[in-house]
Design a protein around this ligand. Structure first.
Ligand code: SF4
Ligand code: SF4
Length: 76
């Protein structure tokens, strides 16, 4: 499945800032613990992400990368 948002989970400190700003509520904290001892943020339902990048902008630890589809040129 297409990945719209990627979390580098070992950098995450589980602060939930990204969870609080996601307009589609697709981010949650995982059940497992990362190398830093925190529950990392993750997105399982990638198709619900609208690539708005609000999560990436607010994350203080630069954990998140958001991908957008390239706009196709109109064919005349
Ligand atoms: S890019 Fe937007 S919709 Fe996608 S996970 Fe981040 S905040 Fe949510
Ligand atoms: S804002 Fe960044 S550090 Fe905080 S939970 Fe989200 S991904 Fe992790």
């Amino acid at each position: 499945m297409e990945q719209r948002v990627v979390f580098y989970e070992d950098l995450c400190k589980g602060c939930s800032l990204c969870v609080s700003v996601c307009p589609t509520n697709v981010i949650h904290l995982a059940e497992h613990i990362n190398v830093r001892g925190y529950r990392p943020a993750e997105v399982n339902e990638q198709h619900k992400c609208i690539s708005c990048a609000a999560c990436a902008r607010i994350c203080p630890d630069v954990v998140i990368t958001v991908f957008r589809e390239e706009r196709k040129k109109a064919v005349s």
